[in-house]
Design a protein around this ligand. Structure first.
Ligand code: ADP
Length: 380
């Protein structure tokens, strides 16, 4: 018997796995719903229900078996969560807000309605409408086109710079944004507790791998002035107040070359930009999420030590059973914390794990991070 209610998580990917790891010290009982019986969380729980979190019946039935529900992926069946909520089940984050976040167009409308600083945008039902807007001079190149739904990790986002790029326009409903002149990409993970208190992690800085369009390096803290760091946190708090959801909200931001801070998008769950918090902060983002949704006091988010996080991605030309070349050498390095997600199959640029490097000197941590990336190769 646990002291805590039974917590059901929709999704058993790496975020689900790390939520279970954070739940263990408090003996919080976790149940997972995921379509893949060998998902990363499966090794960590005997309470795995195999089923699709996008399917109404699967979510509704799973919801009946737990006391509190949360998510580790946005693309879940909202109708089932709304029904469970109506029947008195505790669901965090609020599914009505997740529904807005699921759709990049609705998310932008939400920012606009709440006067949250973000780039200018228009939404279009299809490619033809985008072309018509260009023809009518209502839209100018260059711009960024994003699928309104079902994009993931940079897939579903493209920069359209020239007339020749117009051939590649997405056919599906899309959001078209001004191309921001980005100086740095930042993220602030913010949490609202039950009684309304709002606690932020420090702003972190993300460097992207342009080929994979995935975060390659994350630096904590971000190399920005105190004024920008404060501005980033203030903006994240504003966003958190507007959404008013219990649980984590990761707020992705752009620092423009002109010194403006703009909101790019949000994720209502643990986020890639908070992985380092497991070793680098007094409270990890995972434990913070659990504390928030279970009405417990929020933890101290201060950094214990500067950190660099690198994602471990599948090598470009390898698909098949995963092998980790260079793992021993990485494990020999001091201050290097390796997380492998246990995914059986590697694919080009698939997120197979991450590594956090702690060092009192962030520059030294960066050096080690580069070494780690040189050493560790996920191949088939
Ligand atoms: P995803 O949901 O796939 O993470 P994002 O909206 O975060 O998509 O976009 C992925 C990346 O594309 C961003 O991290 C950034 O590098 C680039 N990007 C997105 N929007 C813009 C923009 N308006 N201007 C310039 N670059 C952008």
């Amino acid at each position: 018997m646990s002291f805590f209610p039974k917590l059901g998580i929709l999704g058993g990917g790496q975020l689900g796995k790390m939520l279970i790891q954070a739940a263990n010290p408090l003996a919080i009982p976790i149940h997972i719903l995921d379509p893949n019986p060998n998902c990363p969380a499966s090794m960590w729980t005997s309470n795995l229900t195999v089923g699709d979190f996008r399917d109404y019946d699967a979510v509704y039935q799973f919801g009946q078996t737990v006391d509190v529900l949360t998510i580790e992926i946005e693309q879940v069946n909202i109708e089932a969560l709304l029904q469970l909520q109506k029947e008195g089940k505790t669901v965090h984050p609020n599914p009505a807000k997740v529904q807005i976040i699921q759709d990049k167009g609705l998310q932008k409308d939400f920012f606009k309605k709440h006067q949250i600083a973000t780039s200018d945008y228009q939404v279009f039902p299809n490619k033809k409408a985008v072309l018509a807007a260009i023809e009518a001079n209502e839209l100018q190149l260059p711009f960024v086109q994003k699928l309104r739904q079902f994009g993931y990790d940079g897939r579903g986002v493209q920069v359209i710079r020239t007339e020749a790029d117009l051939d590649d326009l997405f056919e599906e409903p899309s959001l078209v944004e001004d191309l921001v002149d980005i100086d740095k990409e930042l993220s602030v993970v913010v949490t609202k507790g039950k009684s309304g208190e709002i606690v932020c992690f420090d702003a972190v800085e993300m460097e992207f791998n342009p080929k994979a369009n995935l975060v390659e390096f994350l630096f904590a803290p971000a190399n920005i002035s105190t004024a920008i760091a404060t501005k980033a946190q203030e903006l994240a708090i504003e966003v958190s107040k507007a959404f008013d959801i219990q649980g984590l909200l990761a707020v992705e931001l752009f620092l423009t070359k002109g010194g403006e801070v703009l909101v790019n998008e949000v994720a209502p769950r643990p986020h890639n930009s908070g992985h380092h918090s497991i070793e680098a902060c007094y409270t990890s983002q995972y434990q913070q999420h659990l504390r928030s949704i279970l009405d417990l006091p929020l933890g101290n988010t201060a950094l214990k030590m500067p950190a660099v996080m690198v994602n471990v991605l599948g090598e470009p030309n390898h698909t098949g059973k995963a092998k980790y070349n260079g793992l021993t050498e990485c494990l020999e390095m001091k201050g290097v914390y390796v997380h492998l997600y246990g995914k059986e199959i590697t694919k080009p640029f698939r997120k197979m794990g991450h590594i956090t490097i702690l060092d009192p000197d962030l520059e030294m941590a960066k050096k080690k991070a580069r070494k780690v990336l040189e050493l560790l190769k996920v191949v088939s």
